[in-house]
Design a protein around this ligand. Structure first.
Ligand SMILES: Cc1ncc(COP(=O)(O)O)c(C=O)c1O
Length: 413
């Protein structure tokens, strides 16, 4: 039954939209973050000391707390998620010219580091029903030149890591888990980010866990690898080495996290468990209401033995039940005031930079068959997305369901 206050005429056809007020913005930072930043400034002004850009006490404490959050290990703060992937990959020391298997769908920042490490990014296709890559798709792309695999957990739903790690371990290939969209999730009881050889996190403002405008973290349980991370994150300074008589030991960029970001991250980390619980609660309620109240739309959920954290909502759309295309359906839902998008098809290897990269190789990469991706397009046809954050109230939840119901009723076959 349609709610009585809802105008049955679609907003796209001139009716009254379900939601006329914009969705609320996220209240990520509060007085506590402001206080720790001001305290650092007060101390610097009073003492005449600088706010450090590397190896400061805030960063040291934050990295320890972050590693503890993941159950123990070693973490190093960096200045973006892109640089976290870059540093993680460089620490694995893939041979120049070797191949790195990259996710078909990800942010370019999760793929470009392979090229910047002097390697050839080779995409694994997505799974058949989801945006992450799987063991089968990875195996199809492994050759004797493969030096590393990057797996991105998209939308806050964990990739199926056990078969991926089994395959990678059997071939002796290290795995970077790109956790930019999945802080605080669990895979079969284990923290996501502890499953691969090394993991990277984006801590930019749009993520569940953030250190300010930009930020990143690299995590590993392997101490030797951690010291390499430190060296590759900071111009090859000889961290963890007993002696380095001739100075810096590898050429690397300066990817350091500074004290201001670390101090914010420490406050934010305490809030992360609550943020993930709230997001999950909203997502689970929406999933249940879709099952109860809608026919053609379902929320994509994590497998039953995992705990996703829902960076955004991914809705599966059943074309067979509806008279219009997914794009038109999403346009109608957007006109009802929902923050929806019809596609999350970010395919970095199809972008201009990759065409240029391939042309610049010696010899140029012309055999494109390894870059053909089949599932990516099929998967993307199945889903549309909706923004989500932990500050959504019952009102936002109701409006999401009401708008979907209204559009569905107008277009059901
Ligand atoms: C999967 C993935 N990897 C890497 C990145 C890059 O992170 P950043 O924007 O912090 O550089 C992002 C950013 O959204 C991402 O979603």
């Amino acid at each position: 039954m349609q709610n009585k206050r809802i105008d049955p005429k679609l907003a796209i056809d001139g009716g009254k939209a379900v939601r006329t007020k914009p969705f609320p913005s996220r209240k990520l930072f509060g007085q506590e973050e402001k206080a720790v930043v001001l305290a650092l400034f007060d101390e610097a002004i009073e003492s005449g000391h600088q706010i450090l850009g590397y190896n400061g006490l805030q960063e040291e404490a934050y990295c320890k707390e972050f590693a503890d959050f993941l159950g123990g290990g070693f973490a190093d703060g960096v200045n973006s998620g892109t640089n976290a992937v870059y540093v993680a990959l460089r620490a694995l020391e893939p041979a120049p010219g070797s191949e790195v298997i990259v996710p078909a769908i990800s942010d370019p920042g999760g793929v470009m580091p392979a090229a910047l490490c002097g390697c050839i990014p080779v995409p694994a296709d997505t799974c058949e029903d989801y945006y992450t890559i799987g063991a089968k798709q990875i195996e199809e792309k492994i050759t004797d030149k493969t030096s590393a695999i990057i797996v991105a957990h998209i939308a806050g739903i964990p990739a199926d890591m056990d078969p991926i790690m089994e395959l990678a371990t059997s071939k002796g290939i290290p795995v970077v888990e790109d956790c930019a969209q999945i802080h605080g999730a669990r895979y079969k009881g284990r923290m996501v980010g502890t499953l691969g050889t090394i993991s990277s996190f984006s801590l930019m403002f749009g993520k569940h866990h953030a250190t300010g405008g930009q930020g990143g973290m690299v995590f590993t349980k392997d101490e030797e690898l951690y010291w390499k991370v430190r060296r590759y994150a900071d111009r090859g300074k000889p961290f963890g080495l007993e002696s380095a008589p001739n100075g810096n030991v590898v050429a690397a960029l300066n990817c350091n996290m500074d004290e201001l970001h670390a101090a914010i991250g420490r406050v934010q980390l305490k809030k992360l468990p609550d943020i993930t619980v709230r997001r999950r609660k909203i997502a689970k309620t929406i999933a249940e209401r879709c099952r109860q109240e809608l026919k053609s739309v379902r929320l994509k959920e994590e497998p039953a033995d995992c705990e996703g954290v829902y960076w955004f909502l991914l809705f599966a759309y059943d074309q067979k039940l509806l008279k219009i295309s997914k794009e038109d359906f999403v346009k109608a839902v957007a006109a009802e005031g929902l923050p929806v998008g019809s596609s999350y098809k970010h395919v970095p290897v199809r972008m201009e930079w990759m065409t240029n990269f391939k042309a610049q190789q010696n010899p140029p990469i012309v055999d494109d068959s390894r870059y053909e991706l089949v599932n990516v397009d099929k998967v993307d046809d199945k889903y549309f997305n909706c923004a989500l954050h932990e500050d959504y109230s019952q009102k936002e939840l109701d409006d999401i369901i009401e708008a979907l119901k209204k559009v569905e009723q107008a277009y059901l076959k």
